[in-house]
Design a protein around this ligand. Structure first.
Ligand SMILES: [Zn+2]
Length: 277
């Protein structure tokens, strides 16, 4: 099976522009690209009961599977429905070790939450979850994202973080440090499905690009788009700020695929090149 995936990927890298920038990184927080086969009707692919993005090229279908940061390595499977047939395709999640980071905050307001703040946070978390798990049947012409803002990556994806020495969830996005007011642009066309001022995320917006690809923008000085608004790639959507749980102005950028936060750099060659310089 591994060999099969390898050949399928070699095929994609060689022939298809949309996939040339897509590394196959079947690790927690990564994306697995899996060949489904040639079918005249679109396959319906699910991972752990959730719809997965599929892309057709040259009659061959591929599934792009977002893998959760908390998933354990090992053999997994996709459920594939084609017309009236059902089958399973196995794939493997490899191990990956992310670095640790220790962050000191001036106050414990965002570490030990009051009852009121905790209640508020739970409500906002539910809104985030709904936005991140949405499915829109929109075929994507590209999954290559443009960098949403200019700046320096100050914190990579996957860091295991400690706030005032207390362990918290690993970093589920990347931080791009930039001065307050720096414009933020839509990296791909989509619809704003949620926005607001959240306790941890500050001024936040969620953009749904279709087929389970959703991006989020946190700590903005200002949200410049409204819920329900359609945006094109390159549209101004907000400004870098320091609202919510932060130590300085930056954009926390999250990318979700089938409800799992994945490393934004995997879909953003522009930023990947910068990070590796
Ligand atoms: Zn962040």
């Amino acid at each position: 099976m591994k060999l099969f995936i390898f050949f399928a990927l070699t095929f994609i890298f060689n022939f298809y522009s949309y996939a040339s920038d897509l590394p196959n990184t079947p690790v927690p927080g990564g994306i697995a690209t899996i060949s489904i086969g040639q079918f005249s009707t679109a396959p319906l692919v699910k991972y752990k009961g959730k719809r997965v993005m599929t892309i057709q090229d040259n009659n061959n279908w591929y599934a792009l599977v977002g893998i959760g940061l908390s998933e354990s390595p090992g053999q997994k499977h996709l459920d594939v429905h084609i017309a009236t047939t059902k089958n399973k395709i196995d794939f493997n999640i490899k191990n990956h070790k992310y670095e640790s980071q220790y962050i000191t905050l001036k106050t414990n307001k965002h570490v030990n939450l009051s009852k009121a703040n905790l209640d508020r946070h739970y409500k906002e978390k539910a809104r985030s979850r709904t936005a991140l798990n949405n499915w829109q049947e929109i075929p994507l012409s590209t999954i290559t994202l443009k960098s949403p803002t200019k700046g320096v990556i100050s914190s990579p994806f996957g860091l295991r973080r400690f706030y005032n020495k207390q362990p918290r969830k690993p970093h589920s996005g990347i931080d791009i440090a930039a001065p307050t007011g720096t414009p933020i642009y839509a990296p791909l066309a989509g619809t704003v499905t949620e926005e607001g001022n959240f306790f941890f995320n500050g001024n936040v917006i969620f953009i749904d690009h279709g087929h389970g690809l959703i991006t989020m923008y946190c700590h903005q000085d200002e949200n410049l788009v409204k819920k329900g608004q359609k945006v094109k790639q390159g549209d101004l959507i907000g400004k870098v700020g320091s609202t919510g749980r932060v130590t300085g102005p930056h954009l926390h950028w999250g990318v979700s695929l089938n409800g799992n936060m994945v490393d934004p750099l995997l879909l953003t060659p522009e930023l990947r090149e910068k990070a590796h310089k």
